[in-house]
Design a protein around this ligand. Structure first.
Ligand code: GLU
Length: 411
């Protein structure tokens, strides 16, 4: 049998191929000269499978797609408080290069607009790095997300630096508000180097898959950043990743995403996959025209919108009965499926409503295939309360889903 996903991708790429609307980024001379016909799309699953169609190994500069990853590095290196003191998390509703700072604090509104990204760049690495060391940290960090060594395209970097008047103006504003503590020119130079890192569509999909996989690169298995950082980054991508088209994107596509002016676009679907597309012609918001169309198709064809409400999970209580043996009566609860808060609440309610009178209560979780932390603690607390009421409580837990630390606090 032939694999299904590549055939699907080929079909969808064929459908958008003829759309020649939009323009390559005009304000960076080297990008304006890019081949506008290039088109590629890659799906990378969280277990490391890669499906790609089109120009998936052609290199182009990462541009603003570096922003969420540099934000992840800054959060990991400096901690949330230091980063949040300098960069907010509110969608600005404005264009990516708007000089949009909070009127009272002077903080850029979020790390996805240039003001926020320039500040974020300055927060990568420990305090006291030289600009060159910081760029090195950024390139190594981006490489860890991609799972291969990446490098800066010096030609594009020089081309952008030569016409970086607006970013320099933003950096000087930031310096005057005390948000940047260093020479604005050096920070912009570092930021533009960050934007000039060369990637392929395949790299971008792996980077997105690393976010989708709780910060673990699916191929190298390296934990690049921890889960709390990933949650913060995905939240900001979901609300601010598409600049002034963020609301349209959130409703129509519903995948945490980030675009770049070289034509790349990534989406990370938590727990499922990373998606990347490449097509250089941009719409008025600076987002890839055919990339946006591809994501709209992917989202609707495959139900990838994160707000899609899944069909109600199958009942978590599989059975509730009494077994009578030589040793007396036992109440036997058997649970199944994936248990999160709502499932655990259902289980606790079942136990309460049953009010077991039998001396022994068995909680059988052998058919439970996943349980999150709150559900695990709720089950332990239910067991503790049953024990307090005088029952002998036994877990049937062959896969050790519920490490039995009965002293653990629920809240
Ligand atoms: N290097 C670009 C800039 O700062 C990135 C913009 C983008 O990709 O949206 O202008």
């Amino acid at each position: 049998m032939r694999s299904i996903v590549p055939d699907y991708l080929t079909d969808v790429l064929g459908d958008v191929e003829s759309d020649a609307s939009g323009e390559t980024a005009g304000y960076i001379p080297e990008l304006a000269a890019a081949d506008p016909e290039r088109l590629g799309a890659v799906f990378a699953t969280v277990d490391g499978e890669v499906y790609g169609v089109g120009d998936i190994d052609a290199e182009f500069t990462i541009q603003s797609i570096s922003k969420p990853f540099a934000y992840a590095m800054a959060l990991a290196d400096r901690g949330f408080d230091s980063v949040l003191a300098k960069v907010g998390v509110e969608p600005s509703g404005e264009a990516f290069n708007e000089i949009s700072l909070e009127s009272d604090t002077g903080r850029p509104r979020n790390p996805m607009i240039n003001a926020g990204a320039i500040t974020t760049h300055s927060l990568v690495g420990p305090v006291g790095l030289t600009p060159a060391e910081r760029v090195e940290r950024v390139v190594q960090g981006l490489s860890a997300f991609a799972g291969r060594q990446l490098r800066v395209d010096e030609t594009i970097c020089a081309s952008e630096m030569a016409s970086a008047h607006r970013n320099l103006a933003i950096a000087h504003m930031l310096r005057s508000h005390g948000i940047l503590a260093e020479d604005p020119r050096a920070v912009v130079d570092g930021y533009i180097r960050q934007c000039s890192v060369l990637v392929t569509t395949r790299d971008l999909a792996m980077m997105a898959a690393t976010l989708a996989n709780r910060g673990v690169n699916p191929l190298s298995n390296e934990q690049v950043v921890d889960q709390t950082v990933v949650r913060q980054v995905l939240s900001v991508m979901a609300t601010c990743g598409m600049y002034d088209a963020a609301g349209d994107w959130a409703t129509q596509v519903g995948i945490p995403a980030k675009s770049g002016v070289a034509g790349g676009l990534i989406g990370a679907l938590p727990g499922q996959l990373g998606i990347a597309t490449f097509s250089p012609r941009l719409d008025v918001h600076g987002n890839s025209v055919r990339g946006v169309s591809l994501f709209e198709r992917f989202s609707s064809d495959m139900g990838l919108h994160v707000m899609e409400v899944p069909p109600t999970a199958r009942a978590v209580v599989r059975s509730n009965r009494v077994r009578t043996g030589a040793d007396g009566a036992t109440r036997l609860f058997r649970f199944q499926g994936a248990i999160r808060f709502a499932g655990a609440e259902r289980i606790v309610r079942e136990i309460l409503e049953t009010a077991p009178s039998e001396p022994r209560v068995v909680l059988d979780v052998s058919l439970v295939h996943s349980i999150d932390d709150v559900a695990r603690r709720m089950l332990l607390e239910a067991a503790r309360r049953l024990a307090q009421d005088g029952h002998e409580v036994i877990f049937v837990d062959p896969e050790a889903m519920i490490p039995a630390d009965l002293g653990e606090k629920l809240w």
